[in-house]
Design a protein around this ligand. Structure first.
Ligand code: 5GP
Ligand code: ZN
Length: 115
């Protein structure tokens, strides 16, 4: 999508601190971190909601989740992390390209870390 921030990051038109990339996803630092470690895992395909996913999107998202588990130690998330996906208005989703917040690097015991 032409005016989507995350599509622009994926295309390299907006800079980001990238930690991982493959054919299906990127993992970058969130520009406004809410915890010691706050990453965004972003599938390369643009869609907003789980309800818009095709079967292929579901396969690709499965890959993303498995890969997140694999690279978590290299991201400093070896003691656990929280994975959050905001969906729509009530969740106050602000970027309409599906993404997973990965929070960690500390105990996430207070409500401040809900995103
Ligand atoms: P949402 O509210 O949609 O779940 O999360 C969007 C996230 O994208 C927010 O945590 C926000 O800080 C992050 N974000 C917005 N613009 C940029 C950007 O240009 N670069 C990066 N790295 N993160 C961004
Ligand atoms: Zn997009």
């Amino acid at each position: 999508m032409d005016d989507c921030i995350f599509c622009k990051i994926i295309r390299g038109e907006i800079p980001s601190e990238k930690h991982y990339e493959d054919d299906l996803m990127i993992v970058i630092d969130d520009i406004s971190p809410k915890a010691e470690k706050h990453y965004l895992a972003i599938p390369k395909k643009h869609y907003k909601l789980f309800s818009q996913m095709t079967e292929k999107d579901a396969d690709d998202l499965g890959h993303c989740l498995r890969k997140i588990g694999e690279i978590a130690p290299s991201l400093g998330l070896n003691n656990g992390f929280r994975c959050i996906v905001n969906q729509g208005d009530d969740a106050e989703q602000t970027v309409f390209h599906l993404h997973m917040h990965l929070l960690g690097g500390q105990k996430l015991s207070t409500p401040d870390y809900r995103i």
